[in-house]
Structure formats: structure tokens, C-alpha cells
Design a protein around this ligand. Sequence first.
Ligand SMILES: Nc1ncnc2c1ncn2[C@@H]1O[C@H](COP(=O)(O)OP(=O)(O)O)[C@@H](O)[C@H]1O
Ligand SMILES: [Mg+2]
Length: 283
Amino acid sequence: MEAKAKPAPPPAIRKPPTREEIMERIRENLKGIKHKIIVLSGKGGVGKSAVTANLAAVLAKEGHSVGVFDYDFHGPAMARMLGVLGKSPSALPFGIFPVTGVLGIKVFSLAFLLPDERTPVIWRGPLKAKALQELMTNIIWGNLDFLLFDLPPGTGDEALNIAQNIPDVKGAIVVTIPSVVSTVAVEKSVEFCKKLNIPLLGVIENMSYFKCPYCGQITEVFGKGAGKRIAKDESIRLLGKIPLDPEMARCLDKGSPMIVCKPDSESTKSFEAIAQSLLQLLS
Ligand SMILES: Nc1ncnc2c1ncn2[C@@H]1O[C@H](COP(=O)(O)OP(=O)(O)O)[C@@H](O)[C@H]1O
Ligand SMILES: [Mg+2]
């Protein structure tokens, strides 16, 4: 009688990687990036994404290699603002290539993982952390001068996940508008960074004022002096003020940051000045 073939041994159960191993993989994958910078704010709608997109574009225009990671599950905006909405990153067996947007900016947005802009993500914190770890291990950024992380409002899961999973973050830029409601929320973000030892690069006062295009009169629509006050109270730099510019929303909706869409505008000049301060700070 023929001997029965031995049953194949059960597949070896692979142990899940330890936290140290995960961190090592992320560190290895991000080692070609010089400056990792997060853009955050306690409040929504104050212009974090607009600042990220415009700053990325100004830096790219000046010849820096720039990537943007949109870590906003609930309101990802970078794909639209950087002109790559509807495109998909190429996923290969060895990694995922980000999409190349306006001015050569490498973009990865959580919007790429969703079927359309209206589909909500209903995920709890740990899943968001896992997604961040997976993406940071697998996205092939290559060598970059800057990788900007656009965050959702507040100091919740996403901000904490970045703080705990991204090694060597160069610093945080906090964005506020001049209203008291916004400044109070932004001060929380500042305290959050201090508690987690994330260096504060400075505060940007967005929608600082509106300059009438006809008579030049300036109206401080949301109040006055918030950026200066936060900078003083929290001992951080005021990186700059950006006017409320109706063209900005229109241009970003079309996927065109101000340096491309309205290169001579006052808001473009503000972003250029902010980029210069940032470069000086990092040099
Ligand atoms: N300085 C500005 N002037 C005009 N519109 C702006 C300005 N900053 C941001 N916006 C617009 O306001 C809206 C909210 O900004 P967004 O960057 O999405 O806010 P956040 O990311 O903080 O939630 C967007 O449509 C954006 O284009
Ligand atoms: Mg946003």
C-alpha cells in the first residue's frame, strides 16, 4: 500500500511587528525627507489646507522638492487644491507612488482611497493610526526637501497619531484667524505641541484683513492682533499674516495655488514672505 502523503505543515503564523519594528520601517522609508512639518489648528475652516497648499506651491516654485500628505479623513482637500482630484496613486508590489500635482508637488491624500468626495470615513482612532503607519511605510516619497502634513482640526486622534508615529518632525505651523473663538482653540494646539515636544515653528494669521480692490480700504473682518497675541503669550514666532482674498478660494477650488493662479496678488506675496521666514528658520 502506498504511504499516505504527509499533510503540509500549517503556514507559519507570522508575529505582528512590534512597535519598534514599525517605527524603524517608517524611519527607513522617510529617511530621504529633510523637513517634515505639520500644519494644524484647533479650529476647522481657518485655512490649514489653504496654507498647506499655498506654502507647498511657493516652496516648489522656488525649486524645493515638496510633498504633501493629507491626513484629514473627514475633509481631505489637498487633492482638489493641488489639482489632482480624481487621479490615483500607482500601487506597485513594493510601494505606492504619490500623485504628482501642480508644480511637481507629490501628493498623497486620503481622498485617493475614497470612491468620491461625498463618501464619509467612519473610522475609530486605532484604525486611523494603523492607516498612517501603513501609508508611511509604503508611500515612496523619495528624496524631498519638505513633506507637509495637513491635519484635520483639533488635537484628536490624527494629531496624536502624527506625533507618535512620525519620527523627527521638524515642527508645527499653527493657523488661526483673528477671532477670539479661533485663537482660544489654536492656543490648545500650541499647548498640545508643547506637551508632545513638537517644536513650534510659528503661527500664521489667516484671513487677517480684507483690502478693498477698488479703494484699498482695509477691513479687519474677524478682529485684530490675534496672531501677534498668540505669538507673545506662547513665546512663538508670528510667521506672517495672509489677507482674506476671495480669489484664493476660487483658485484653490480649481486646483491652482495662488503663486500659479494670481502670482502678483498680495496673498501670494504673504505666502512668499512666510516661506522665506520658514527657510531662514530651518537653515
Ligand atoms: N485667506 C483666505 N482668503 C480666502 N479664502 C480662504 C483663505 N484661506 C482659506 N480660504 C478658503 O476657506 C475655505 C476653508 O479653508 P480650509 O483651508 O479648507 O480650512 P481648514 O483646512 O482649516 O478646515 C476654503 O475654501 C479655502 O479655500
Ligand atoms: Mg483642511
